[in-house]
Structures are given as structure tokens and as C-alpha cells.
Design a protein around this ligand. Structure first.
Ligand SMILES: NC(=O)c1ccc[n+]([C@@H]2O[C@H](COP(=O)([O-])OP(=O)(O)OC[C@H]3O[C@@H](n4cnc5c(N)ncnc54)[C@H](OP(=O)(O)O)[C@@H]3O)[C@@H](O)[C@H]2O)c1
Length: 280
């Protein structure tokens, strides 16, 4: 059923599709319908978070879908305010109750919030929840190399993935290189830069015309060729299909470098530098 999206293997053996559905702002019945349409089209990786207040919406789509549960990869994330060990454990349980699921495929720490200095105990909670079978694969979001190194040093377990802001205006080259050297997969959030002016960029437009593709397809192909998993959010079935129809062409090195060259030091969408930004 639907289109087949290629998969990659994480460092713990779990396989995930290279494109998933972002769900920020997909809620309620409309959200369920959007997620169901994505599953019908072939999406199997669905991103959510405790703080998006849509774990129930995602769980409802899982129940209504004809796609078997074991074929789906459902993600949620631990918010900053629940990073103490005990709160993290009960929040993971609460996430499961909200979604009415027995397990999450992926559970990620949402932000390191380094000033709080509790991300290592939160990580220990994820490790223990995985041992109990509540989570299949554990990872993080927005962690800098210094935070990632501490996790492995203090617990002996490294994350399977790090979900970070990544789009042509912020290509994260040093962070991606560090992930590659340390066998951690990169997952791109806001892969289309939230449909900001990147989708009007003249140079990407020219590449798109050359390949007879849309700007979004060129950008998502760029993520794929960088080796990153991307999770574009779309409520629209037509744009959901557009976003996974990227496996029948390739960008050459010059095109890849031209897109990567759009990166600027201030290219983050909302200036959320994980060294200082905190989210609870
Ligand atoms: N870990 C974190 O800290 C973090 C932070 C931010 C986001 N995320 C996750 O990453 C996901 C994706 O990021 P995002 O939602 O911020 O931004 P995004 O996926 O880059 O962009 C979403 C926007 O692009 C539009 N869009 C999607 N496909 C399009 C297409 N083919 N052509 C034109 N417009 C298109 C969508 O509108 P329509 O819906 O109308 O199509 C929506 O307005 C989120 O939903 C969330 O799951 C994680």
C-alpha cells in the first residue's frame, strides 16, 4: 500500500524510513485525517512530542489506520520540565497513556537545556524505559557534541539519532560530520525551513526547473543525499505526496554544493542555539 520510502539502520539495529511526517500543529480530527492520509501514501515514521499536545491524535491515527502497528515508527519527546529521573519515567508512561500505545519506536530528549544540567539523568530514564520495553530506540534532539559525549561517558549508551534544525539556510556541516564520525544518525527538523523564503529562492528554483521538480522536492532530495532523515510536516495530502516523491532523480555534486552554500551563521529560523536556548 502506498509508496515505498527507503530505510536506513540506526546504531542499535532499528531501521527507519529516510522521510517521516512532522506533526507540529496537527491536532484533533483534522490532525488524525492528515496523519491517516500520510500513512495511506506510504509514510511510516511519524514524529510527535509531549509538548505538541498531539500524542493522542497520533495514537488515534495509529488505531484507525490499516497499516499494522509493527510497520510504523512512532516518535515522541520528553519535555525540558520533566528531565529529572523520576519525572522522566512517569512522563514516558504518560506519553504512552495519551497515545494509548504499548510502546514508542523512538523517544527523544527534546532539548538539552544545559543550564538545568539534568539531561544525563533524563537519558538514564530513557535507557531504563527501553530495557522495560516501553521504547524501542532512544535518541535526542538539539544536542551539541559536548552534550552527546557526556551521555556516552556517563551512561555507556550513545543515542541512535539526534534531531536537529537543518535546512539550506542552516546546513549543520560540522555537527553532521561529528554524527557521522560517531555513528549517530542525523534527523532534520524544519527541513523546509517552515516554508520560509527558502521556497522562493531563485537558485533552487533553477535547479527545480532543470529536474522538473518542485523546490520542496529539491530540498528534501538534498537532505536525503546528505544522509539525513527528514520529517517535513504537511497537512495536505497533495504536498505529503510531493514530499516523498524524490527517489526518481539525483542532484549532482555542484547542485548539492550550491544548495549547501545558502547557509549563513544566522540562518536558524528562530535563533534557537542549543548552547543557550532552553525549552520546557
Ligand atoms: N525537535 C525539535 O526541537 C523540533 C523543532 C521543530 C520541529 N520539529 C519537528 O519537525 C517537523 C517539521 O518541522 P516544521 O513543521 O517546523 O517545518 P517544515 O516541515 O520545514 O515546514 C512545514 C511547513 O511547510 C509547508 N509545506 C510542507 N510541504 C510543502 C510543500 N511541498 N510545498 C509548500 N509548502 C509545504 C507546511 O504547510 P502545509 O501543512 O499547509 O502543507 C508547513 O507550513 C515538525 O512538524 C516537528 O514534528 C522538531
Amino acid at each position: 500500500m502506498g509508496n515505498t520510502i527507503p530505510e536506513i539502520t540506526l546504531n542499535d539495529g532499528m531501521t527507519v524510513p529516510v522521510i517521516g511526517l512532522g506533526t507540529y500543529k496537527l491536532k484533533g480530527n483534522e490532525g488524525v485525517n492528515s496523519i491517516l492520509s500520510a500513512m495511506d501514501l506510504g509514510y511510516r515514521l511519524i514524529d510527535s512530542a509531549y509538548n505538541y499536545e498531539n500524542e493522542g491524535t497520533v495514537g488515534e491515527a495509529v488505531r484507525r489506520s490499516s497499516v499494522p502497528r509493527e510497520e510504523l515508527n512512532i516518535t515522541s519527546k520528553l519535555p525540558g520540565r520533566y528531565q529529572s529521573y523520576d519525572k522522566a519515567i512517569t512522563t514516558i508512561q504518560e506519553s504512552l497513556f495519551r497515545a494509548n500505545l504499548d510502546y514508542y519506536d523512538l523517544y527523544l530528549i527534546h532539548w538539552p537545556n544545559p543550564k538545568q544540567d539534568t539531561y544525563v539523568e533524563a537519558w538514564q530514564a530513557l535507557i531504563d524505559a527501553k530495557k522495560e520495553g516501553l521504547i524501542r530506540s532512544i535518541g535526542v534532539c538539539n544536542f551539541l557534541p559536548e552534550h552527546l559525549m557526556r551521555l556516552e561517558k556517563e551512561t555507556g549508551v550513545k543515542p541512535s539519532m539526534n534531531q536537529i534544525e537543518l535546512h539550506p539556510f542552516f546546513n549543520q556541516a560540522p555537527q553532521r560530520k561529528w554524527h557521522e564520525e560517531n555513528n549517530i544518525k542525523t534527523e532534520s527538523w524544519s527541513p523546509l525551513a517552515r516554508a520560509n523564503e527558502v521556497l522562493q529562492n531563485d537558485m533552487i528554483q533553477q535547479i527545480a526547473e532543470h529536474h522538473n521538480k518542485s523546490l520542496s522536492q529539491i530540498i528534501l532530495r538534498w537532505h536525503y543525499q546528505l544522509g539525513a532523515i527528514s520529517i517535513p510536516k504537511s497537512a495536505s495530502p497533495a504536498r505529503q505526496l510531493e514530499n516523498i516523491s524524490i527517489f526518481d532523480f539525483a542532484l549532482d555534486d555542484t547542485e548539492m554544493n550550491m544548495i549547501s552554500g545558502l547557509t549563513r551563521a544566522d540562518g536558524r529560523i528562530n535563533n534557537q542555539d542549543p548552547a543557550t536556548y532552553e525549552e520546557f
